[in-house]
Design a protein around this ligand. Structure first.
Ligand code: GLU
Length: 306
């Protein structure tokens, strides 16, 4: 492990861990409201095979919207450019579950990392695979090199029983002809992908293929072409934090993705992936300590993609 990473992560963990805890856990999915907000972990994995973590870095949590990057990679891998006829790649400037733009834009979501766009991606994934849920788990297990990755069925059930907003998004897009599958089945797959439980260490490792220009550095397998890997990184940078994406790029300067479970993962192209988990969120649905941690990380190391 590059010595700097380890000591800087320890240093940030101590400093940020002692700051007063601000924000609140997501409560619109009841199972997430029960999570202890004081948990905090950081893990980094490098493309050369080293890894290091601190705090609750081995505790599994609900990855929620971070799963959107996995499903996007799976679909882009097979569909390539045709996906972009059904979903855009511009920042939305809107909350993650907003309905408003969809009407003006004829059911074509702004990007694949807001809920509407992720629902289109999952819909296409269901067209590609007979057993989409199993394939999602298999993909994440392969990318992380860890077999012990499952759906948290309690979280999935909790979201399914409070899924009115996502059902509305999917139904609305179906009315424009932009959803192929039945809405109930789509929401079931979507809530399961969001319920995947992973630790920071597993998450950091699972994003290394994006830090390594599309090649899984452990197996050597090419997952995405260099060009498609670049495009996913670009979408993470511009859209990975909903209507806080510009501020994340400004403060951190790395492509990343957040989830309302309090996780954030970011990539340092050519080098590493870093994951942070702290469940207390700001009003945009992004982890407060997570962003603070990553801002300090890139500032202290003097690294960013710029
Ligand atoms: N499952 C969540 C939802 O669809 C994901 C949102 C997020 O993590 O930002 O509402």
């Amino acid at each position: 492990m590059t010595a700097d990473y380890k000591s800087i992560i320890n240093h940030i963990y101590e400093e940020v861990g002692h700051m007063p805890l601000k924000g609140a856990v997501a409560d619109y999915i009841p199972a997430l409201a029960e999570v202890d907000p004081s948990q905090y972990g950081i893990a980094i994995a490098t493309t050369s095979g080293e890894s290091y973590g601190v705090g609750d870095c081995f505790t599994k949590f609900s990855i929620q919207s971070i799963s959107k990057v996995f499903t996007l990679a799976m679909v882009v891998r097979h569909l390539g450019h045709t996906l972009w006829e059904s979903v855009g790649r511009e920042p939305s400037g809107s909350p993650f579950n907003s309905l408003v733009q969809l009407e003006y834009e004829h059911g074509i979501p702004r990007n694949p990392l807001i809920n509407a766009g992720a629902l289109v991606v999952t819909d296409r994934l269901m067209n590609l695979y007979r057993q989409p849920k199993e394939e999602i788990l298999n993909f994440i297990r392969d990318m992380s090199g860890c077999d012990d990755i499952y759906f948290d069925h309690r979280v999935a059930r909790s979201e399914l029983s409070h899924g009115a907003r996502n059902i509305a998004l999917a139904s609305f897009m179906k009315s424009f002809g932009n959803i192929d599958n039945e809405v109930d089945g789509l929401i079931d797959v979507y809530c399961h992908q969001c319920s995947v439980a992973m630790s920071c260490m597993e998450l950091a490792k699972s994003f290394l293929f994006l830090a390594n220009r599309g090649v899984n550095p452990v197996s050597g397998e090419r997952i995405l072409s260099i060009s498609r890997s670049k495009r996913l990184g670009a979408i993470m940078l511009t859209c990975g934090f909903y209507d806080e994406s510009g501020d994340f790029a400004f403060r951190v300067g790395l492509p990343g993705k957040s989830g309302v479970g309090g996780g954030i993962v970011a990539i340092i192209p050519g080098e590493a992936a870093i994951a942070v988990w702290s469940p207390a969120l700001n009003s945009y649905g992004n982890s407060i300590r997570g962003i603070e941690t990553l801002e300090r990380f890139t500032t202290l190391l003097g690294i960013s993609i710029f």
